[in-house]
Unconditional design. Structure first.
Length: 148
């Protein structure tokens, strides 16, 4: 069972993705958001900047999981843990369409890394159900910008 605090914080972390998708779908909401929060906090801009931050954050989470291992598994874990941050650094950019595609690929790839750490007993038992649900919402929200 996913701990309540992890679930609540995970869901709260979806807010920028959901908000960005909603402002892409509703011009009035986009205008409200731009007027009250600024243009970088609506549409693809909030999704892409926040998504980049989250891939970097997830690298840190995976690094923490790697500290629970020893030997070759630890070395592999440390090497794998930097991939999401490097992916965002090198590939996310070049306009909202390509950035969204690369972020989607990054989050889908992250599931594979999550699974590796989970399968090796380095992530909590509840990790994969949490990550699969959150990633599904993130990918769906980022896809809204591609379908516009």
């Amino acid at each position: 069972m996913i701990p309540r605090s992890a679930l609540i914080l995970g869901i709260a972390g979806l807010i920028p993705f959901v908000w960005g998708a909603l402002t892409l779908l509703n011009d009035s909401l986009a205008a409200f958001g731009a007027a009250n929060f600024g243009p970088r906090f609506v549409g693809p801009y909030v999704q892409l900047s926040y998504g980049t931050v989250i891939l970097g954050f997830m690298s840190g989470v995976l690094w923490g999981f790697a500290t629970r291992a020893t030997g070759l598994l630890a070395a592999t874990g440390y090497a794998l843990s930097v991939i999401p941050a490097l992916w965002a650094f090198f590939f996310v950019g070049g306009g909202p369409g390509s950035a969204a595609i690369y972020l989607i690929a990054g989050f889908v790839g992250l599931i594979g890394l999550d699974w590796h750490f989970w399968r090796n007993g380095l992530a909590p038992e509840w990790w994969m159900p949490l990550r699969l649900g959150l990633t599904g919402v993130v990918v769906a929200c980022l896809a809204v910008g591609l379908l516009q």
